[in-house]
Design a protein around this ligand. Sequence first.
Ligand code: PMV
Length: 315
Amino acid sequence: MRIVTASAPGKVILFGEHAVVYGRPAIAVPVDRVQATAEVRRYAKGGIRILAPDLGEDSLLAELPPDHPLGIVVRGALVELGQTAEAGLRITVRSTIPIASGLGSGAAVSTAIVRALAGYFERPLALADVSRLAFEAEKVYHGSPSGVDNTVIAYERPVYFVRDRTLETFCATRPFTLLIGDTGVASPTKETVGDVRRAWQAEPDRFELLFDLCAEITRRARAAIEAGEPALLGPLMDRNQDLLAEMGVSSPELEGLIEAARRSGALGAKLSGGGRGGNMIAYVEAEEADVVSAALLQAGARDVILTRISAETRN
Ligand code: PMV
């Protein structure tokens, strides 16, 4: 029997979350240490059965409501591939990416599904098409997503992302090491994005200024990464964290981990993604990683992932 499996990595946003929803740039990188996978095989009973054991999902596509993200991505991919929903297919999704924690689990699951279906029907899709199909499901997960998650995950390269602009991927000229610390607090991005929107509507001038300051930090960070001066990233992360706290998306759990990282030798630290929970990131010298990682766990991190942004195109 023909079985096709495809995967997609997680991601972290290094700079510019939330401001990116308002047209400012963000920098995001793929994280290969966590992955979503999708397996497609024939389903003799006909129809399309979607299984996501980690989510307790086992449904026929025809039974899923129109706004179900897995249904949206499967339907979108089938249309793109010129297939009908009548095909007998079983799609099984698994993921090691924690949900609602800023690591892009939704976009990774969508991307893995699109890739596996494209592989099954032997119709390779352009990266831009994979990203676009995953974006449709992001709208359900996120409300008004910027598109940064599906983009960095579909392209699997560091991206300098500005909403509705041609994508810019870029490379680090010197490698650098990040620790990703999980608060263990689930925080749906849709809620924090909605709260920031309401706060922006109430105080547009203050929030526009905060977004502009984030944009300046993101531009400087890109220049530092491209110039091979990652040491500059630490203070830039700290300043981005201050601005995110002013936006109201930090939390005591995030701040506890950020402080623990800084005190134990991280060169800078900030929340990553939607905030209020989920993950924080710390920029560390490679030789300090063990010490900072232990401090994060001691301070209550549920998990710590080390990821290295390499000087090539992928980390
Ligand atoms: O998926 P998360 O939690 O990494 O957050 C996405 C980043 C936001 O800027 C908060 C929202 C967006 O759509 O860009």
